[in-house]
Ligand binder design. Structure first.
Ligand code: B16
Ligand code: MG
Length: 218
């Protein structure tokens, strides 16, 4: 039997938390007196919280002390968490559950590879925690995507070689991380941003069982 490792990113792949990250960062930008657009938000996908703040401050041309930065990081996360309080399985993106169930049916290994330090509570709230044979998140790695550390560690925990690992990602940095790590990258989103992905789907509703079967058998 062929067993592969299927590694899922979290934000933008399993759940649409990008909208909550956006609201929390927008609030800080507005307090600092500049606008934060949805286009700006694209730059933060898959990027760590600390790096995200630096990018936002660059956008607003704001220089700040480490103390101020630490304060904003705490404020951002508290605000972000407040949006997650009522989160449940209704926030799982369309098409994800059938693919997770099919992978289980085919006895494949499943891991999470996320930059988020809030990954576990999100999996718990959405009732998806038990699908994962390994979880690697922002608490476990020191190098952010596009460094492949998060995915390499997930493959290692599953005892699977990088070339037998498939990564589902919605961010440019995440697709690059999968490619650099020697894994098969599957972009979830738009071709305009994710053209470096080996395969691309607008969302999981466009992915059929034959695609998964081919990945398992090749
Ligand atoms: P947190 P992913 C990433 O998660 C998000 O895409 C990114 O926007 C966020 O800044 C990062 O997690 C850190 O999240 O503040 O919760 O630790 O897409 O890698 O699952
Ligand atoms: Mg993501």
């Amino acid at each position: 039997m062929n067993t592969k490792a299927f590694i899922f990113d979290l934000d933008g792949v399993i759940v649409d938390t990008a909208k909550y990250h956006f609201l929390a960062w927008e609030k800080i930008a507005n307090e600092l007196g500049f606008e934060f657009t949805h286009e700006n938000n694209e730059l933060l996908k898959g990027v760590s919280r600390v790096r995200s703040l630096d990018i936002i401050l660059e956008i607003g041309k704001v220089t700040a002390s480490q103390e101020a930065k630490n304060r904003w990081l705490i404020q951002k996360n508290e605000d972000y968490l407040s949006y997650l309080v009522d989160m449940d399985e209704s926030e799982i993106l369309q098409g994800v559950m059938p693919i997770l169930n099919y992978l289980k049916e085919r006895n494949q290994l499943i891991a999470l590879g996320s930059a988020s330090k809030n990954a576990r509570p999100i999996l718990e709230k959405t009732g998806t925690l038990d699908f994962f044979d390994a979880i690697v998140d922002g608490n476990d790695v020191s190098n952010a995507k596009p460094d492949p550390e998060v995915f390499l560690l997930a493959a290692k925990l599953l005892n699977t070689k990088p070339e037998d690992s498939i990564v589902f990602e919605d961010s440019v940095a995440g697709v690059q991380a999968a490619n650099i790590g020697g894994m098969i990258s599957v972009g979830i989103g738009e071709a305009s941003t994710l053209h470096e992905a080996k395969y691309l789907f607008k969302d999981f509703t466009q992915m059929d069982k034959t695609f998964i079967d081919n990945l398992i058998n090749n």
